[in-house]
Design a protein around this ligand. Sequence first.
Ligand code: 5GP
Length: 208
Amino acid sequence: MDKGKLLIISGFSGVGKGTIVEKMLEAFDNYKISISCTTRDPRPAEEDGVHYHFISKDDFEKMIENDELLEHAKYVDNYYGTPKKFVDDCLERGDNVILEIESEGARKVKDKMPEAIMIFVLPPSARHLKDRLVGRGSEDLDAIEKRLNKAVEETDAMKHYDFFVVNDDIDTAAKNIDKIVSNTNPDLPSEDEVLNIKNDIINFSKGE
Ligand code: 5GP
């Protein structure tokens, strides 16, 4: 049996990566999502073992020591990491595995597994991103500010990605990602469109 493909999906906080991934799991039967470990507190609607494995900093450090993580990174004020065994087992069984992770971890995975497909999800505009972060109501203004600043930092990492997908519609974005994986004519933004969105995020943070 062919091995599965490893898919890295990154994008600014609030861009809707989680919803796109949920849609992919619902619409297609050959994808599995890797559930990360994190030291951050659960948001109201999040469940342990479903959205994340919520663990203490001590337990996280033990996993690093025991080499149980494929990668890990610090994002804003917390640690996040990908358990290695689940990914290996799925790929071996022929399932495609989705890692929904930030850009530093994404690069570490790509170094270890160069065949991984790296996809960066973009909002249609900076305003969409801010509205989504405010609208989901899960962070206070200070945390939203930090996440927007982090988005500007992450624009620099965009150069490491193989594909960009604009999330102006969840279904279309999910289908496009599946088309990238199966190599069947995805509808992707032009280089200019990607650059415009990137500049919009950078300028927005300067209050322009
Ligand atoms: P959030 O706190 O919004 O759930 O996640 C914050 C960021 O951490 C997001 O960009 C998310 O993709 C990323 N993230 C989630 N899990 C992992 C992981 O296992 N490793 C890395 N490097 N980043 C992760």
